[in-house]
Design a protein around this ligand. Sequence first.
Ligand SMILES: C[S@@+](CC[C@H](N)C(=O)[O-])C[C@H]1O[C@@H](n2cnc3c(N)ncnc32)[C@H](O)[C@@H]1O
Length: 204
Amino acid sequence: MRRFAVVGHRAMSKGKLPLNDLASGAGRMDVLIRALMAGLMTSHGLRKDSVVVLHLLGGPGPPRRIKFDGETLKGLHADERSIAGTIGKVIATPLPPIGHWQPITAGISHSGGGLDFTLQEWQDGTTVLLDAEAPRLWKPKAMLLANGKASERTVNFVLSDDQPLGDVATDDVVIRSLGDQWLQGHMAIGVVHFLLDEDVELNL
Ligand SMILES: C[S@@+](CC[C@H](N)C(=O)[O-])C[C@H]1O[C@@H](n2cnc3c(N)ncnc32)[C@H](O)[C@@H]1O
């Protein structure tokens, strides 16, 4: 199982999403949608073992989280505008209380709360903050784990949008890099999938 928490610092959490202005008026929602697609989609299908939680922190009002669970998700198409339409319907819905995941459609639910709540809910896995300026995510001279061990474990990855992630309580997390070069978030997710798909021995 792989889970991706994506933090949208300015992403709209409520109201009428401007579908023609996702990059600016919607608070870099385009970045979150690309991350969502990278987290869940293969060329022609969905990754059943992947979950993406988008964190919409930009208001108005309190933060909202939208969860997309590849195991049960249906009807998500690799089309930025159609996904934006889905997100638009969610943020037009009253915000559920923190910790209550209210279903929207198959595989999509939403809740109040921010990243700290997601990390509390994901304590059954190892949490990795992705940061270019950290030790590498894979072991030096990493071996391929022939027995598929890497894909069996639950690993949570935390990414930010175009802004630095900011403070996260780092007691139970490790900070790891995918290389010195800062990448777009969706490309970073693609690299993570590659490493896990190939069962590369991780440095966790
Ligand atoms: C566009 S980057 C954010 C860059 C932003 N200026 C910053 O300072 O954090 C989006 C996210 O992708 C992930 N990321 C990008 N490049 C990475 C790398 N080389 N190693 C690890 N994570 C990376 C990080 O989680 C980052 O928050």
